[in-house]
Every structure is written in C-alpha cells, then in structure tokens.
Design a protein around this ligand. Sequence first.
Ligand code: F3S
Length: 111
Amino acid sequence: MTLVITSACVDVKDGICTTSCPVDCIYEGGRMYYIHPTECIECGMCESICPVDAIRYADEVEEGERAFVALNDAAFRDADGQLLEPGGWKKGRPPVADPPALAVLSPAIHA
Ligand code: F3S
C-alpha cells in the first residue's frame, strides 16, 4: 500500500520528506507535495519525518482525508488519464501541476 500526502501539507510544503525517500518518489507541486503511486516502494521512511504529520499509508488515511489518496494519484495523470512516470523528483525540477480538485478540497489559505 503506497503512502500519500494529506491536507496538512497544503501551503506548508516543508519538503524535508524528500530527503528521506530512497527512490525520490515525492514530487513538489504548487501548493503541496505528492507521492507517486507506483514509484513509491512503501518503505515508510517519510512518514515520521514530516513536521506536520501529513504522510500516511493510503489504507490508514483518516475518513475526512480520503480524497487525498486519489489526489496524489491524480497529480501524475495526463489529460487522458494515463499515469506518467517521471522517474524521480530532483530539487530544482519544475513543480507538477496541482490537480484541480485540490482547490475544492483546500481553498487557498493565502488568497
Ligand atoms: Fe509536506 Fe510534510 Fe513533506 S509538509 S512537503 S509532507 S515534510
């Protein structure tokens, strides 16, 4: 079961989780970071390092946060719904686009 990033990351983007990932599957987005659903090897190294406790195994996400499981996946889909496999995030790489659903789930804090 892959890990996912939830709402506590939105507009925080601490980024320290990326330093713990052995396969660089945590990607920067515009308002939050996302974990790639197939590049993640489910090691759990990132889960405890997040200062705002935003990371969960997908099957342990709280009820009110369940939409973020699909949101992490959606961040890596093209317009046809095909899963993109960027091959690993590196600092300085352009951020992935936030899925439109993020604006509905988490209205801008810093509007
Ligand atoms: Fe976000 Fe926490 Fe990583 S705030 S960027 S999930 S360290």
